[in-house]
Ligand binder design. Structure first.
Ligand code: FE2
Length: 292
Protein backbone atom coordinates (compact mmCIF):
# COMPACT_ATOMS: atom_id res chain seq x y z
CA UNK A 1 0.00 0.00 0.00
CA UNK A 2 1.26 3.48 -0.85
CA UNK A 3 1.10 6.00 1.96
CA UNK A 4 0.42 9.67 1.28
CA UNK A 5 2.95 12.08 2.66
CA UNK A 6 2.88 15.84 2.51
CA UNK A 7 4.90 17.80 0.02
CA UNK A 8 6.79 20.95 1.18
CA UNK A 9 3.75 22.69 2.59
CA UNK A 10 4.65 26.29 1.82
CA UNK A 11 5.31 25.57 -1.85
CA UNK A 12 1.60 25.38 -2.70
CA UNK A 13 -1.51 27.31 -1.63
CA UNK A 14 -3.41 24.04 -1.03
CA UNK A 15 -2.91 20.75 0.78
CA UNK A 16 -0.95 18.39 -1.42
CA UNK A 17 0.29 14.90 -0.58
CA UNK A 18 2.46 12.62 -2.62
CA UNK A 19 0.62 9.31 -3.21
CA UNK A 20 2.89 7.41 -5.60
CA UNK A 21 6.58 6.59 -5.81
CA UNK A 22 7.08 7.54 -9.47
CA UNK A 23 4.14 9.92 -10.03
CA UNK A 24 1.00 11.11 -8.31
CA UNK A 25 -0.05 13.66 -5.71
CA UNK A 26 -3.47 14.28 -4.21
CA UNK A 27 -4.80 17.79 -3.69
CA UNK A 28 -7.30 18.34 -0.95
CA UNK A 29 -9.68 21.23 -0.37
CA UNK A 30 -10.04 22.86 -3.80
CA UNK A 31 -13.50 23.04 -5.39
CA UNK A 32 -12.94 22.74 -9.14
CA UNK A 33 -16.59 23.48 -9.94
CA UNK A 34 -15.89 27.14 -9.13
CA UNK A 35 -13.61 29.49 -11.09
CA UNK A 36 -9.97 29.52 -9.92
CA UNK A 37 -7.66 32.52 -9.89
CA UNK A 38 -4.42 32.79 -11.85
CA UNK A 39 -2.24 32.11 -8.78
CA UNK A 40 -4.08 28.85 -8.10
CA UNK A 41 -3.92 27.88 -11.76
CA UNK A 42 -0.16 28.51 -11.80
CA UNK A 43 0.33 26.53 -8.58
CA UNK A 44 -1.60 23.60 -10.07
CA UNK A 45 0.68 23.73 -13.12
CA UNK A 46 3.78 23.71 -10.93
CA UNK A 47 2.44 20.70 -9.06
CA UNK A 48 1.54 19.06 -12.38
CA UNK A 49 5.12 19.39 -13.66
CA UNK A 50 6.51 18.07 -10.37
CA UNK A 51 4.16 15.10 -9.85
CA UNK A 52 2.86 14.36 -13.40
CA UNK A 53 -0.45 12.99 -12.05
CA UNK A 54 -2.67 15.20 -9.87
CA UNK A 55 -5.68 13.77 -8.03
CA UNK A 56 -8.21 16.32 -6.77
CA UNK A 57 -10.37 14.52 -4.23
CA UNK A 58 -14.10 14.83 -3.58
CA UNK A 59 -15.13 16.79 -6.68
CA UNK A 60 -18.57 16.96 -8.27
CA UNK A 61 -18.48 18.83 -11.59
CA UNK A 62 -21.07 19.00 -14.34
CA UNK A 63 -19.73 18.55 -17.86
CA UNK A 64 -19.91 22.30 -18.45
CA UNK A 65 -17.96 22.94 -15.24
CA UNK A 66 -15.36 20.38 -16.30
CA UNK A 67 -14.98 22.10 -19.69
CA UNK A 68 -14.60 25.47 -17.96
CA UNK A 69 -11.99 24.19 -15.48
CA UNK A 70 -10.10 22.39 -18.25
CA UNK A 71 -9.81 25.56 -20.31
CA UNK A 72 -7.64 27.10 -17.60
CA UNK A 73 -4.86 24.94 -19.03
CA UNK A 74 -5.23 25.39 -22.77
CA UNK A 75 -7.41 24.49 -25.73
CA UNK A 76 -9.85 21.60 -25.51
CA UNK A 77 -9.58 18.89 -28.12
CA UNK A 78 -12.13 16.68 -29.85
CA UNK A 79 -11.82 12.90 -30.10
CA UNK A 80 -11.31 10.98 -33.36
CA UNK A 81 -13.92 8.36 -32.35
CA UNK A 82 -17.58 8.46 -33.31
CA UNK A 83 -20.75 7.71 -31.41
CA UNK A 84 -22.97 4.89 -32.72
CA UNK A 85 -25.02 7.51 -34.61
CA UNK A 86 -21.90 8.75 -36.45
CA UNK A 87 -21.67 12.05 -34.59
CA UNK A 88 -18.30 13.10 -33.12
CA UNK A 89 -17.88 12.65 -29.38
CA UNK A 90 -18.86 15.78 -27.44
CA UNK A 91 -16.03 17.93 -26.09
CA UNK A 92 -16.53 16.35 -22.64
CA UNK A 93 -16.58 12.70 -23.57
CA UNK A 94 -17.95 9.94 -21.32
CA UNK A 95 -15.63 6.97 -20.80
CA UNK A 96 -17.96 4.17 -19.78
CA UNK A 97 -18.35 0.41 -19.76
CA UNK A 98 -22.15 0.80 -19.89
CA UNK A 99 -24.08 0.03 -23.08
CA UNK A 100 -27.04 2.03 -24.47
CA UNK A 101 -29.34 0.14 -22.10
CA UNK A 102 -27.32 1.33 -19.09
CA UNK A 103 -26.02 -2.15 -18.33
CA UNK A 104 -22.31 -3.08 -18.13
CA UNK A 105 -20.98 -4.44 -21.42
CA UNK A 106 -18.62 -7.04 -19.94
CA UNK A 107 -16.69 -8.80 -22.72
CA UNK A 108 -18.19 -6.54 -25.40
CA UNK A 109 -16.43 -3.40 -24.17
CA UNK A 110 -13.65 -1.83 -26.25
CA UNK A 111 -10.17 -2.89 -25.25
CA UNK A 112 -8.03 -0.14 -26.77
CA UNK A 113 -7.68 1.66 -23.44
CA UNK A 114 -6.21 -1.47 -21.84
CA UNK A 115 -2.99 -0.95 -23.83
CA UNK A 116 -0.20 1.45 -22.87
CA UNK A 117 -0.41 4.70 -24.81
CA UNK A 118 0.03 8.44 -24.60
CA UNK A 119 -3.09 10.29 -25.67
CA UNK A 120 -3.37 11.26 -29.32
CA UNK A 121 0.23 10.63 -30.27
CA UNK A 122 -1.28 9.83 -33.70
CA UNK A 123 -1.74 13.61 -34.09
CA UNK A 124 0.86 15.97 -35.47
CA UNK A 125 0.26 17.96 -32.27
CA UNK A 126 -0.58 15.45 -29.50
CA UNK A 127 -2.17 16.06 -26.10
CA UNK A 128 -0.61 17.99 -23.26
CA UNK A 129 -2.90 16.77 -20.50
CA UNK A 130 -5.91 14.55 -20.05
CA UNK A 131 -8.44 14.95 -17.25
CA UNK A 132 -10.80 12.24 -16.01
CA UNK A 133 -13.53 12.85 -13.46
CA UNK A 134 -14.85 9.72 -11.75
CA UNK A 135 -18.64 9.62 -11.65
CA UNK A 136 -19.10 5.89 -10.99
CA UNK A 137 -16.32 3.54 -9.93
CA UNK A 138 -16.22 -0.19 -9.27
CA UNK A 139 -16.12 -1.32 -5.66
CA UNK A 140 -12.82 -3.00 -6.45
CA UNK A 141 -10.36 -2.37 -9.29
CA UNK A 142 -10.78 -0.45 -12.53
CA UNK A 143 -7.47 1.31 -11.89
CA UNK A 144 -5.71 3.62 -14.31
CA UNK A 145 -1.99 2.94 -14.51
CA UNK A 146 0.73 5.44 -15.37
CA UNK A 147 4.26 4.59 -16.49
CA UNK A 148 6.89 7.30 -16.05
CA UNK A 149 8.69 7.52 -19.41
CA UNK A 150 11.14 10.13 -18.17
CA UNK A 151 12.41 7.67 -15.58
CA UNK A 152 12.25 4.90 -18.16
CA UNK A 153 14.45 6.87 -20.54
CA UNK A 154 16.90 7.88 -17.80
CA UNK A 155 17.37 4.24 -16.77
CA UNK A 156 18.19 2.99 -20.28
CA UNK A 157 21.73 1.72 -20.92
CA UNK A 158 23.88 4.46 -22.48
CA UNK A 159 24.32 2.32 -25.61
CA UNK A 160 20.55 2.20 -26.10
CA UNK A 161 20.25 5.95 -25.55
CA UNK A 162 22.88 6.49 -28.25
CA UNK A 163 21.19 4.02 -30.57
CA UNK A 164 17.74 5.61 -30.38
CA UNK A 165 18.83 9.25 -30.07
CA UNK A 166 17.92 10.28 -33.61
CA UNK A 167 15.22 7.70 -34.38
CA UNK A 168 11.79 8.69 -35.60
CA UNK A 169 8.61 6.62 -35.49
CA UNK A 170 5.33 6.63 -37.36
CA UNK A 171 2.20 6.88 -35.21
CA UNK A 172 -1.33 6.42 -36.53
CA UNK A 173 -4.88 5.74 -35.46
CA UNK A 174 -4.86 2.87 -37.95
CA UNK A 175 -1.81 1.30 -36.27
CA UNK A 176 -3.39 1.82 -32.87
CA UNK A 177 -6.48 -0.10 -33.90
CA UNK A 178 -4.27 -2.86 -35.31
CA UNK A 179 -1.96 -3.03 -32.28
CA UNK A 180 -4.89 -3.24 -29.85
CA UNK A 181 -6.81 -5.78 -31.94
CA UNK A 182 -9.70 -3.33 -32.15
CA UNK A 183 -12.10 -2.98 -35.11
CA UNK A 184 -10.09 -1.41 -37.95
CA UNK A 185 -10.04 2.33 -38.56
CA UNK A 186 -12.73 3.44 -41.02
CA UNK A 187 -11.75 5.07 -44.32
CA UNK A 188 -13.11 8.36 -42.97
CA UNK A 189 -10.92 8.09 -39.84
CA UNK A 190 -7.87 7.27 -41.96
CA UNK A 191 -8.51 10.34 -44.11
CA UNK A 192 -9.04 12.52 -41.04
CA UNK A 193 -6.03 11.17 -39.16
CA UNK A 194 -3.20 10.31 -41.59
CA UNK A 195 0.01 8.86 -40.08
CA UNK A 196 2.41 11.27 -38.39
CA UNK A 197 6.08 11.05 -37.43
CA UNK A 198 7.51 11.82 -33.98
CA UNK A 199 10.93 11.39 -32.38
CA UNK A 200 11.34 8.21 -30.33
CA UNK A 201 13.03 10.36 -27.69
CA UNK A 202 11.23 13.66 -27.15
CA UNK A 203 12.17 16.62 -25.00
CA UNK A 204 9.61 17.77 -22.45
CA UNK A 205 8.78 21.33 -23.54
CA UNK A 206 8.55 22.63 -19.96
CA UNK A 207 11.12 20.64 -17.98
CA UNK A 208 13.47 19.90 -20.92
CA UNK A 209 13.81 16.30 -19.71
CA UNK A 210 14.33 13.59 -22.30
CA UNK A 211 11.47 11.13 -22.56
CA UNK A 212 10.66 7.89 -24.36
CA UNK A 213 7.76 8.64 -26.68
CA UNK A 214 6.33 5.24 -27.57
CA UNK A 215 3.07 3.31 -26.99
CA UNK A 216 0.38 1.39 -28.85
CA UNK A 217 -0.26 4.18 -31.36
CA UNK A 218 3.20 3.55 -32.86
CA UNK A 219 3.31 1.70 -36.16
CA UNK A 220 7.07 1.40 -36.72
CA UNK A 221 10.42 3.12 -36.49
CA UNK A 222 11.56 4.64 -39.76
CA UNK A 223 14.60 3.48 -41.76
CA UNK A 224 14.77 0.07 -40.14
CA UNK A 225 13.54 -3.42 -41.13
CA UNK A 226 10.07 -4.00 -39.73
CA UNK A 227 11.01 -6.98 -37.54
CA UNK A 228 13.91 -5.04 -36.03
CA UNK A 229 11.57 -2.12 -35.38
CA UNK A 230 9.02 -4.43 -33.75
CA UNK A 231 11.70 -5.92 -31.49
CA UNK A 232 13.10 -2.54 -30.46
CA UNK A 233 9.66 -1.08 -29.74
CA UNK A 234 8.77 -4.12 -27.64
CA UNK A 235 12.07 -3.80 -25.76
CA UNK A 236 11.50 -0.10 -25.02
CA UNK A 237 7.89 -0.69 -23.97
CA UNK A 238 8.81 -3.61 -21.70
CA UNK A 239 11.53 -1.49 -20.14
CA UNK A 240 9.54 1.64 -19.40
CA UNK A 241 6.41 -0.17 -18.14
CA UNK A 242 8.26 -2.22 -15.53
CA UNK A 243 6.41 -2.06 -12.19
CA UNK A 244 9.18 0.12 -10.72
CA UNK A 245 8.20 2.92 -13.14
CA UNK A 246 4.40 2.54 -12.68
CA UNK A 247 1.88 4.32 -10.47
CA UNK A 248 -1.54 2.61 -10.32
CA UNK A 249 -4.40 4.91 -9.44
CA UNK A 250 -7.23 3.31 -7.49
CA UNK A 251 -10.27 5.50 -8.20
CA UNK A 252 -12.52 6.99 -5.59
CA UNK A 253 -15.87 8.43 -6.66
CA UNK A 254 -15.37 12.19 -7.12
CA UNK A 255 -11.68 11.97 -8.03
CA UNK A 256 -10.65 14.46 -10.69
CA UNK A 257 -7.36 13.35 -12.18
CA UNK A 258 -5.13 15.24 -14.60
CA UNK A 259 -1.96 13.82 -16.08
CA UNK A 260 0.94 14.84 -18.29
CA UNK A 261 0.83 12.92 -21.58
CA UNK A 262 4.30 14.16 -22.49
CA UNK A 263 6.12 12.10 -19.86
CA UNK A 264 3.72 9.25 -19.07
CA UNK A 265 2.15 6.26 -20.73
CA UNK A 266 -1.17 5.15 -19.30
CA UNK A 267 -3.71 2.38 -19.59
CA UNK A 268 -6.94 1.30 -17.96
CA UNK A 269 -6.73 -1.91 -16.00
CA UNK A 270 -9.48 -4.47 -16.59
CA UNK A 271 -9.05 -5.62 -12.98
CA UNK A 272 -12.74 -5.22 -12.14
CA UNK A 273 -16.02 -7.00 -12.76
CA UNK A 274 -16.73 -5.48 -16.21
CA UNK A 275 -19.97 -7.46 -16.58
CA UNK A 276 -21.58 -6.26 -13.36
CA UNK A 277 -19.94 -3.05 -12.18
CA UNK A 278 -20.16 0.45 -13.66
CA UNK A 279 -17.07 2.52 -14.38
CA UNK A 280 -18.00 5.97 -15.71
CA UNK A 281 -15.57 8.86 -16.10
CA UNK A 282 -15.87 12.22 -17.85
CA UNK A 283 -12.91 13.11 -19.99
CA UNK A 284 -11.37 16.28 -21.37
CA UNK A 285 -8.12 16.68 -23.27
CA UNK A 286 -5.91 19.74 -23.71
CA UNK A 287 -3.93 20.13 -26.92
CA UNK A 288 -0.14 20.21 -26.50
CA UNK A 289 2.74 21.12 -28.77
CA UNK A 290 4.55 19.32 -31.57
CA UNK A 291 7.11 16.89 -30.10
CA UNK A 292 10.79 17.57 -30.77
FE1 FE2 B 1 -5.90 7.41 -22.96
Amino acid sequence: MQVAHSVESDAYPFEINRIGDVAGAEIIGLDLSKPIDIATRDAIMRAFLEHHVLVFRDQDLTKDQQAAFSENFGTLEHHVGRLPNGEPFPIVHTVTNLGPDGKPLGEKMGKGNFHWHTDKSYHEVPSLMTMLHAKQVPADGGDTQFANTRMGYAALPEATKDRIAEMKAEHSWEASRRNTKSPPATEEQKRERPPVTHPVVRTHPDTKDKILYVGCHVSHIHDMPRDESDDLLAELMDHTTQPKFVYSHRWRKGDYVMWDNRCLLHRASPNFDTANEARVLHRTVIIGTKPY
